[in-house]
Ligand binder design. Structure first.
Ligand code: UT7
Length: 335
């Protein structure tokens, strides 16, 4: 049976030049390299320069993804940008990226699901492509969390960083089996009862300020592994696969302990897990495409590899996307 498959043609990413190490942080708050590495696995994170905005990071990642995919910006008809740190309250940061890419057609909008943003955006792109509303989507995760951190709060400021990642997704014909290249299943979840465990204490309608990130870290940690495994078991069941069938597991990069515990519970072999949190900290919606881009560009992820993406974050929101990697030379384009 012929079906539309959202095929991922390529990826790109961008990290701001300024690198903040754990030792740099130890000079700012009461913390240590040893504590941060032991509790989180993070060694350094990148911080946007003064005046460098989420749209700048997103644009750099988008250009890299277009170049890697061999797709001209004019052939993109939809831009979906996942961010919790937009340039402005409105318009959507996606329209700034659209304008700077010289695209004057189609649609561009932001998706806000915090750390699950990229998975939400990719699942949305998949739905648009399958519904025939789009042929070629640029999906971006971009954040400048450094702007919403309380730099005097050691329990949060050591965890996050800035960055961006992007993919180009195109509608192609597939045979309707898990052998197809492209997105095979997506599962999204949220539960607003947990909204006060990870939030920003400001906003246009509440305080008319931007606010700072607040988190009950232990509470988030407690729920993370259960939520992650729940949504991955759903992905396994709907694709009728097991952990052994996966080539790569690319989780949200928040904490190495959460990543390791989730993989262990799901019986995913450690050598299949892509971990980049040490190099950029938790970059929220940007973390999965940053990890994906690293593993594609260093040659680990190859065409036809079965790749599982997963995220969990503020809301709580969580989700998974199971895809078979294509790369730039995918199958039949839908005309
Ligand atoms: O993307 C989704 C969003 N977020 C997450 O996934 C984060 C989820 N949570 C976590 O990753 C972990 O809970 C943290 C890394 C935030 C904290 O690790 P933990 O093992 O849960 O530590 P804890 O909060 O239980 O704190 C242990 C101790 C405390 O001291 P006492 O009360 O035992 O004396 C903290 O005050 O560590 C102390 N502490 C620190 N010490 C040095 C907290 N932050 C720091 C710090 N440096 N930066």
């Amino acid at each position: 049976m012929s079906v539309i498959r959202s095929t991922v043609l390529g990826c790109g990413s961008y990290l701001p030049a300024k690198c903040l190490t754990n030792s740099d942080l130890a000079a700012m708050v009461d913390t240590s390299d040893e504590w941060i590495v032991q509790r989180t696995g993070i060694k350094e994170r990148h911080i946007a320069a003064e005046g460098e905005m989420t749209s700048d990071l997103a644009l750099a990642a988008a250009k890299a993804a277009l170049a890697h995919s061999g797709v001209d910006a004019q052939d993109i008809d939809t831009i979906i940008l996942a961010t919790a740190t937009p340039d402005n309250t409105f318009p959507a940061t996606a329209v700034t990226v659209q304008a700077r890419l010289g695209i004057h057609h189609g649609a561009a909008f932001d998706v806000h699901a915090v750390c699950s943003g990229f998975v939400y955006a990719l699942a949305t792109a998949d739905a648009y492509l399958k519904a025939g509303m789009s042929k070629r989507c640029l999906v971006i995760g971009a954040e400048t969390f450094s702007r919403i951190l309380d730099w005097t709060d050691r329990t949060t400021c050591v965890l996050f960083g800035d960055g961006a990642g992007a993919v180009v997704v195109e509608a192609r014909n597939g045979g309707g089996t898990t052998a197809d290249q492209g997105i095979l299943t997506s599962h999204l979840r949220s539960d607003g009862r947990h909204k006060d465990k990870l939030f920003v204490d400001g906003g246009p309608s509440s305080t008319q300020t931007v606010g700072h990130l607040r988190m009950e870290g232990r509470e988030v940690f407690k729920h993370a592994v259960g939520m992650i495994t729940d949504v991955i078991e759903d992905a396994f069941a709907s694709a009728d696969i097991t952990a052994d069938d996966l080539t790569w597991f690319i989780p949200h990069q928040a904490n190495k302990r959460i990543i390791d515990a989730s993989a262990k519970k799901l019986k995913i072999a450690p050598e299949k897990v892509i971990t980049t949190v040490q190099a950029h900290g938790n970059t929220s919606a940007a973390s999965i495409p940053l990890a994906l881009d690293t593993a594609v560009k260093d040659g680990r992820v190859k065409p036809n590899d079965l790749v599982l993406l997963e995220a969990m974050g503020g809301g709580f929101t969580w989700g998974s996307v199971l895809l078979r990697w294509s790369g730039p030379n995918a199958g039949t384009v839908i005309s």
